[in-house]
Design a binder for this molecule. Sequence first.
Ligand code: UD1
Ligand code: CA
Length: 449
Amino acid sequence: MTLSVVILAAGLSTRFKSKTPKVLHRLLGKPMLEYTLDLANALTPKPPVLVVGPETEAQIRAWAGEQARYAVQRERLGTGHAVMQTQSMLEGESDQLLVLYGDMPLLQLETLQKLVEQHTTNKAAITMLTVEREDPRGFGRIVRNSQSGHIQAIVEDVEATPEIAAITELNTGLYIFETAFMWENLSKLKPSKRKGEYYLTDMIGLAAGAGKLVDGIVLEDPSEGLGINTRVDFAIAAAALQQRTNEAWMLQGVTVIDPATTYIEPGVTIEQDTIIYPNTHLRGKTVIGADCEIGPNTLIEDCEIGNRCRVTSSILEKAIMEDDSDIGPFGHLRKGAKLCTGAHMGNFGEMKNSTLGPGSKMGHFSYLGDAQIGENVNIGAGTITCNYDGKRKHPTVIEDDVFIGSDSMLVAPLHIGKGAITGAGSVVTHDIPDDTTVYGVPARVKEKK
Ligand code: UD1
Ligand code: CA
């Protein structure tokens, strides 16, 4: 059996009220649409066909690129009409056609795999995903044959009689169609009475009327069928995804002290026995080792953190922390910053494109930019690498075992030799040889007695 996927995303999303296409809004770091694309890609190697509107086509294409094929629905004449836009592209391609929505990010792969499996086994014309909900408003109602229990029709909310409106088995909007049936009958859809739309749901009545089997699976976890219409739905989905991710990490041996305020994006990995404290955001492609303590009040994006590291109330972006290093409170590692094994960075430090060598310490109020610091160096409180002269950035190199006195200004380019010392308040404008002490403004060499 071969499978093609259509993702419907041409709706006008008026209730979302945004100039950015709804499906490109980020949920836990990923555009809503990416969740659906990931599902499609896991099910079939054929790129899914995205049905988009002319207003959003350019933005969606710019983001999704070659991951998808595109069909533009110029007039919004309903879900059936949306699928019609894909017929010329897809007819003859596969045996099965799965229809997904671009705004249903909680749907799980296992659920779709079950749907495909059952469709293949039972040889139905249509196999659909239904959901039981107490409040059925807005959904299509599933009408089953009272004797056989088979699905006979879907009746849309606006078209439902009071009797049908009382049905609580509802249409999620996701189905697999046997393509032979689909492409032969899609053009038979007629505009609906109330809205004048071509309802994809009318395909169910057509199939049942022709004596074909319409099969269904009821969602075990109704939240999977949540469609995002408003920003209120969006927040509900975000919280559900957050909880799902946090629970998965807890089951892998990570302690999450307060799941409600812990935000771990899907691309992050964490090793066992790490503890995540409240209000921590782990983003992008961040890798965190074992036995770390992360947070509280911490944001880490695209970083590599080793084992037994500690990060307290700090912000780290595109940085590296080797084993047993620590930072915070109130530290900032920017792009290209690296704390080597056992390095310590205390309160109010900032590093950019710099390395603090193994066992080196920078305890208080310091800035290192474009600096390479060796082993066992002490960076005194308030030290600044003056790396920018207003036009260009210049490098600083500090060799092993150097002691930088408090409030030293290190004017780059600068090389400080092994074992050198700077006095408190020095403004260092010239290179310092090994084992030499300098002091004053501008710093001069202190002669050995
Ligand atoms: C649809 C179903 C309904 C189901 C509900 C579940 C139909 C007729 N009804 O209703 O049975 O219970 O979903 O959420 O299918 N779209 C297009 N082009 C269009 C119209 C819609 O691409 O012309 C897309 C939307 O972007 C959205 C999806 O199709 O992703 C569903 O559209 P929506 O308007 O939300 O459908 P409902 O009327 O809610
Ligand atoms: Ca909807």
